[in-house]
Design a protein around this ligand. Sequence first.
Ligand code: OAD
Length: 238
Amino acid sequence: MRLFVLTGAGISAESGMGTFRDTDGIWSQFDPMKLATPEGFAQDPALVHDFYNARRQNLLEASPNAAHTALARLEDALTQRGGDLYLCTQNIDDLHERAGSRHVAHMHGELRKARCMSCHAVTAWDGPLGLADNCPSCQKQGSLRPHIVWFGEIPLYMDDIAHALEEADMFVSIGTSGSVYPAAGFVSEARDLGIRTSEINLDPSDNAYLFDERHYGPASDAVPAWVDRIVKALEARG
Ligand code: OAD
């Protein structure tokens, strides 16, 4: 079985990373136009750096939860049987990797990396990032930005993601509101390809009506329960 899993902020909510569009979400407290657009960064880079520095610090203090761990367990169970789990995340945290997932397509970038706007090198970055920093590759000062895909920019790995979706037998969306494209359109693409679709979320997402199966509850309960069912079905097949 080849599984395509899309995750969003909801899977990391119980790890303390915060979601975006819930009533107390990140975009209810901060203006995404100032903090998550190339124009916002051009206007006030220090403000944008401060925002992502705080989120990076939060991430370093966070740990994966039972939902991240269950997906890593599922990847193992599938690969042991010749199958595959393609994990595509909109999240910029590395909690999937820390839980043991081996291949993660971070379509919106990664918080623990910086990118040089001059030489385009991407560098691991765990400390605060600012205008005084030099790019470790080209040494230029003030040229580093968070390695995050902002509104108006093209998400990463789109060719690879499209290929994985075409190859999949099942599409599962976990912890995303289904309101940010292109990820929000994957369920329709999966349907067009004739792939079975499932949603796991706290509440029905904007796209809930497009899913064949729906499971609602906190990710740390709902994802391990769903993974248990899939693993049992795999074991029954032998
Ligand atoms: P949203 O904040 O839009 O949606 C989070 C979803 O998770 C909602 O549907 C919640 O109901 C659900 N949720 C909350 N807590 C949960 C829990 N404990 N268990 C399961 N589900 C839970 O986040 P995303 O859909 O990921 O982009 O947002 C997509 C993109 O918008 C993000 O990647 C980010 C943002 O702007 C960038 O920053 C580029």
